[in-house]
Ligand binder design. Structure first.
Ligand code: ATP
Length: 374
């Protein structure tokens, strides 16, 4: 399966078909094809300038594709203006009306809906309840915290019950703790309403927590589409492995291939490493990668283990729930190793500390091999 052919849910609500967007000679979005199912919470994830906002704006109708097609709920969006699309967008700035109360802000978009005043009021109440802001309905935006303003903006963008809600960096203005909390809230609200959400973010943790599927974008193209666990555990390229989470990555060359997998020589590790992989030939160049938390660290030499490296603790950081080690190998190369502090232990009983000689074990199933530069 290529990155452009995701395992999309059967009922495709959004179909993006070979869409390219040029700004003059610059290709901001490059032949992207992507399907999103009804009721999905989908994230477009990528670094600054990768084209994710442009893609979102084309869904909203604020930009027109240079070529390719966009279908929403089976309807070709070609020539359909933003205000006629079954779509709403929540902007990063929230853009609340400062002179209106929370309730008036939420109800604003319902003014021209075919509803009675009582129905309108009920909808506003329902939306405020959903974002747990009922008790602050009479406040003005300047009397709210950043997190509360974000919730009002969410309620306002949901009030018309759009079929599709687009969220551009929805949590960008919030501090880390509030962001983590709000991520779960947004996911819960999305689940309750069953509205399709497409979220643009550059924050991988946010994408992983929020989304049922993620598209990783880079230079206008989609590099991989999958569930968060899929993208993390089975990145399809060096780029994605490096972009998502932390990775130890070194150049390697395949030295042996057998029924159990592949063995590679990695000069920077000063060792041969077995990898549970297939489809490789002896002599091929590769990038060998493994995540810091998949490495086991011990002071005692492990018996009968494969892929054991010896090194010395160069740096050690204790972060409460986990610890990060930087281990210097005999070659001088430094690896990152992450251990979870599942038990409460005294510092002197920690796995290892500065200058300790340690053994690192990497299971063949946790090691990954990638081809080429990307
Ligand atoms: P960020 O996270 O920084 O917002 P992004 O991935 O959302 O980045 P886009 O806003 O989609 O990026 O922009 C993609 C590229 O297209 C960027 O290089 C940007 O400079 C360019 N671009 C966007 N809008 C225009 C425009 N109206 N005219 C010219 N170039 C544009």
């Amino acid at each position: 399966m290529s990155a452009q052919e995701p395992a999309a849910p059967a009922a495709d609500f959004i179909r993006i078909d070979g869409v390219t967007k040029m700004f003059g000679p610059f290709k901001a979005v490059d032949n992207v094809s992507l399907n999103i199912g009804k009721g999905e919470l989908f994230a477009l994830l990528g670094g600054s300038g990768c084209g994710k906002t442009t893609l979102l704006r084309m869904l909203a109708g604020f930009e027109v594709p240079t070529s390719g097609k966009i279908y929403i709920d089976g309807q070709d969006m070609d020539g359909v203006p933003a205000y006629e699309r079954p779509v709403n967008m929540m902007f990063q700035s929230y853009a609340l009306f400062p002179h209106m109360t929370v309730a008036a802000n939420v109800g604003y978009g319902l003014k021209h809906e075919p509803m009675t005043p009582a129905q309108r009021q009920d909808r506003v109440k329902e939306m405020l309840g959903l974002v747990q802001m009922s008790h602050l309905a009479d406040r003005k935006p300047h009397q709210l915290s950043g997190g509360q303003r974000q919730r009002v903006a969410l309620a306002r963008s949901l009030a018309k019950l759009p079929k599709l809600l687009l969220l551009d960096e929805p949590l960008g203005a919030l501090d880390k703790k509030l962001r983590e909390h709000t991520q779960f809230e947004i996911a819960n609200i999305q689940y309750k309403l069953g509205i399709t959400f497409v979220v643009v973010t550059h924050d991988q943790e946010e994408a992983m927590t929020l989304a049922s599927r993620i598209a990783v974008m880079d230079h206008g193209v989609i590099r991989q589409i999958g569930a968060p666990s899929d993208i993390y555990e089975n990145p399809n390229s060096r780029f994605v492995a490096d972009f998502i989470g932390s990775t130890n990555m070194v150049d390697a060359e395949v030295t042996k291939v057998d029924s159990e997998g592949v063995e590679v020589e990695a000069p920077l590790l000063g060792a041969r490493v077995k990898v549970a992989a297939s489809g490789w030939s002896v002599g091929e160049k590769a990038a060998l990668a493994f995540r810091p938390e998949k490495v086991t660290i011990s002071r005692k030499k492990p018996v009968s283990a494969v892929n054991v490296l010896k090194g010395k603790v160069q740096d050690f950081g204790y972060f409460g729930k986990d610890s990060l080690y930087r281990i210097k190998l005999a070659t001088g190369h430094v690896l990152s190793v992450n251990t979870v502090n599942a038990e409460r232990v005294a510092a002197e009983k920690a796995v290892a500390t500065w200058e300790d000689e340690v053994y690192l074990t990497i299971s063949p199933a946790s090691a990954m091999l990638f081809r080429g530069e990307t």
